[in-house]
Write a protein that binds this ligand. Structure first.
Ligand SMILES: [Zn+2]
Length: 104
């Protein structure tokens, strides 16, 4: 015999897609953040143009995203303001210039 369960069944949690973490990229040269990573970004891979999005204030000023081709890679990934490459000598983005964007 099954005991009757009068307790309220908890509502199933809404299923959420696991969202990729997005990071602001802080330039080590000038301290400005003009790019953030997008869903293509992988910390353990060589930095490529397609992994970054330009932030709106720069876009609105007519700057454009990195070219998303195979040549925009490694040290070509640079700060728009001062030209300092973001990647370290291994062409990957070091942890210490990333800060996670917390979405509301
Ligand atoms: Zn800079």
């Amino acid at each position: 015999m099954t005991p009757k369960n009068n307790s309220v069944t908890p509502k199933p949690r809404p299923k959420r897609k696991p969202t990729k973490k997005i990071f602001n990229v802080h330039c080590t040269g000038c301290g400005i953040t003009c790019h953030r990573t997008n869903e293509k970004f992988k910390k353990d891979q060589v930095a490529k143009g397609e992994m970054f999005d330009l932030l709106d204030p720069w876009k609105e000023n007519g700057w454009s995203d990195f070219t998303k081709d195979d040549y925009t890679i490694g040290e070509n990934i640079r700060c728009i303001e001062c030209g300092t490459p973001y990647p370290a000598s291994d062409f990957k983005i070091p942890d210490n210039i990333l800060s996670q964007v917390v979405k509301a």
